[in-house]
Design a protein around this ligand. Structure first.
Ligand SMILES: NC(=O)c1ccc[n+]([C@@H]2O[C@H](COP(=O)([O-])OP(=O)(O)OC[C@H]3O[C@@H](n4cnc5c(N)ncnc54)[C@H](OP(=O)(O)O)[C@@H]3O)[C@@H](O)[C@H]2O)c1
Length: 392
């Protein structure tokens, strides 16, 4: 988007059209909540493709209810009704992402396996509602090159980015001075590094304000999630990292703040419930009623904001360092983090070592400049192997 242009966010018109959806990651936290929105507005959405990993039971029930033309399971089988075709694996995921009848693809798979389907959907001319932040972290330039000037072909689902998207839409992107992502602080807010070094999986998954999948919950405990989100915002809103900040806000009521050049700050506020950002993205440019219970401002109580404890939580700083290094460094950061989090969830790595292991792998990497998809996939493979060695 040219810096001086008026953001297209405010120029799009309501159209009320029925949207045909491909939902990738339909059995997960994002996918099931997206299907709640679809269920609520059957006259606005129809489902043409569903894709998931291994949860055949939940997927089979979704197929029975939504009757998509194709359904994709990473592996395994189940009986599909007539009119539905069952596909498998990464190839199936790409077919779902580029299904000819879909005009909007919700990418809710977890991990950088989501990058190739995001690219396939954009290459096939679809709009993408993006929950899979790893797509932008691992391949931000590849994704944004495809988005080009069609800003609203990539609709953020992450609550912070949805908030910023809505706030920026009230003005011009060119007039934004700074973006602030709010962070609840996760389950270990206020703890020291030593104090959480041997935190259990159960403690790390016990997020105080959001119910999410396991990987993002651990990222929220290390605060790597905020680092990944800062990279996501850097690509989505095409701003340098030094104009993207993080502020700790334990109540998770304000989700994002856009600060404009005149000093005015616009913030978006709502209960922490992913149904709302999902509904905003799926319905865009329309707004549908009853996304979430509105806030009761009279009884809300105090909202607090404070700085990040960078000593206890060094992970966001690593994300800024990865972007500073450039090229494939963010892809390595992300892949190393995915492997380290998987090792923690398998109880092979202590909580306190997750960020150290990621840092070591990131610093060992010599980034490939202006990478293509193959470069990204290559460095990810290296990073995953190296992380397993370092974490052993
Ligand atoms: N949850 C949230 O509130 C939230 C908020 C903001 C952003 N996000 C982002 O949204 C994404 C999804 O998060 P989540 O919390 O929904 O995760 P999740 O609950 O773990 O769900 C992940 C989904 O990905 C599917 N999947 C895993 N491997 C797959 C494969 N090889 N092929 C196809 N599908 C595969 C899973 O299928 P099976 O379950 O069938 O294996 C599941 O449907 C992440 O990038 C996360 O950072 C989530």
């Amino acid at each position: 988007m040219p810096a001086e242009s008026h953001t297209p966010l405010t120029n799009v018109r309501h159209n009320g059209a029925v949207k045909s959806l491909a939902i990738l990651g339909s059995t997960g936290s994002i996918g099931t909540q997206a299907l709640d929105v679809v269920r609520k507005y059957p006259d606005r959405f129809r489902v043409v493709a569903l894709a998931a990993g291994r949860n055949a039971e939940v997927l089979a029930a979704q197929v029975d209810e939504f009757r998509p033309s194709i359904v994709v399971l990473e592996r395994g089988r189940f009986d599909v009704p007539g009119g539905t075709q069952l596909l498998h694996g990464a190839g199936g995921l790409l077919e779902a992402a580029s299904h000819p009848d879909a005009n909007l693809v919700l990418n809710g798979v977890v991990g950088s396996r989501g990058l190739a389907p995001t690219l396939a959907a954009l290459d096939a001319g679809k709009s993408v509602a993006l929950a899979n932040k790893e797509s932008l972290v691992a391949g931000g330039d590849l994704v944004m090159r495809r988005v080009g000037e069609d800003f609203d072909r990539l609709l953020p689902v992450d609550s912070e980015h949805s908030a910023l998207w809505q706030c920026i839409g009230a003005g011009k992107l060119a007039d934004v001075r700074r973006l602030l992502l709010t962070a609840s602080g996760g389950p270990f807010r206020g703890r020291s590094r030593d104090d959480m070094a041997h935190a259990s999986v159960g403690d790390a998954l016990a997020h105080p304000t959001w119910r999410m999948g396991r990987k993002i919950s651990v990222d929220s405990a290390t605060l790597m999630n905020k680092g990944l989100e800062a990279i996501e915002a850097h690509h989505l809103f095409r701003l340098p990292m030094d104009r993207i900040d993080i502020v700790v806000h334990p109540q998770s009521i304000v989700h994002g703040i856009a600060e404009f050049i005149d000093g005015s700050c616009l913030a978006q506020a709502s209960l922490p419930d992913m149904h709302l950002p999902l509904q905003v993205a799926l319905a865009w440019p329309d707004r549908l009623p009853d996304g979430v219970e509105p806030l009761n401002w009279q009884s809300l109580g105090d909202l607090s904001f404070g700085p990040l404890d960078t000593n206890a939580f060094p992970a966001p700083g690593l994300a800024y360092e990865a972007v500073r290094r450039g090229g494939t460094a963010p892809a390595v950061l992300n892949a190393a983090n995915e492997e380290a989090v998987a090792a923690f969830l398998d109880e092979r790595l202590a909580f306190g070592r997750i960020t150290d292991v990621v840092e070591r792998v990131l610093l060992e990497h010599d980034p490939v400049k202006e990478p293509q998809l193959d470069d990204v996939l290559g460095v990810e493979e290296w990073a995953r192997t190296r992380t397993r060695e370092v974490a052993a």
